[in-house]
Design a protein around this ligand. Sequence first.
Ligand SMILES: [Cu+2]
Length: 316
Amino acid sequence: MKKIMKTAIQSAIFSSLALAGMASAANVVEVTMTAREVDVVTDNSGTTHRMWTYDGIVPGPLVRVKQGDVVNFTLLNDPGNEQSHSMDFHAARADVLDEFEEIKPGDTKQFTFKAEYPGVFIYHCGADSMAEHISRGMYGVIIVDPAEGYSESFPKPDREYVLVQGDIFTDGASADDRMIGVGWEGAIINGKQFHYSPVHDPNASLVLESKPGERVRFHFVNAMINDAVAFHPIAGIWEQVWDNGNPKNVRHAMQTAEIAPAHGMTLDLISPADRPTNNALVDHRMKHAYGGAISVLMNHADADENKGRGDQLLLR
Ligand SMILES: [Cu+2]
């Protein structure tokens, strides 16, 4: 009896130690961003707009963690700013009035969350009016890679690109204007109209690239404030689409994926292996496509080895 008790106590102690060990084993990822209100170039010709940003860039920095990681986030609101700002990570479960509260210029906000679910999530400023804060550029992407890694139903890609579609409004458009679409000038992909489309804009100097037959993965986030995106790869078919980027939410051989505002999707494209081809990745809503939401993917043998890998997932 005594011996059994002792064993039970020992095993209880061992269990709690094991749990503590597991907790401390969680990877903690430090992420710091500074809200900055600055002029940003929004097309391939050098046109600037007054934007509100994370770290002075649109979209903000790409954050990538693994499911189970703890994100320790710090937001600084630059003292030179005029507006209050905040951070809302869609990958977090938190308190909108606590972690996501807005802070005044000069203030700092720190919070921690655990990335519990895999997928591709938007983050954005939630300060009033969101219509203005988001459409002036305060958004970005956090990818949470699945804890179990790649699998048969979620294969390892050869290349990955991050695409974020947002709105661009005339500088003077008020929050109320933006809410109802007044002053809308076009759609921006990773911060610029026709960013990767020399076909539609001779000043575009960047294209997306892959080799024939490669599996190219797109992590797409819709940061437009009112409109869904009808994402279609012209001259291609999405091999698989994972709603919200979660390996469990798979669909096959899709032509067009409807992506709601503030939603994300992961989509794979495989080009013919036997010859060089091109795809035009469009928002099939013509207003958006011809407003700037067309990107060219060139599939050719000389594709830049660095593109779609390492730090070249979100081309600036
Ligand atoms: Cu803001």
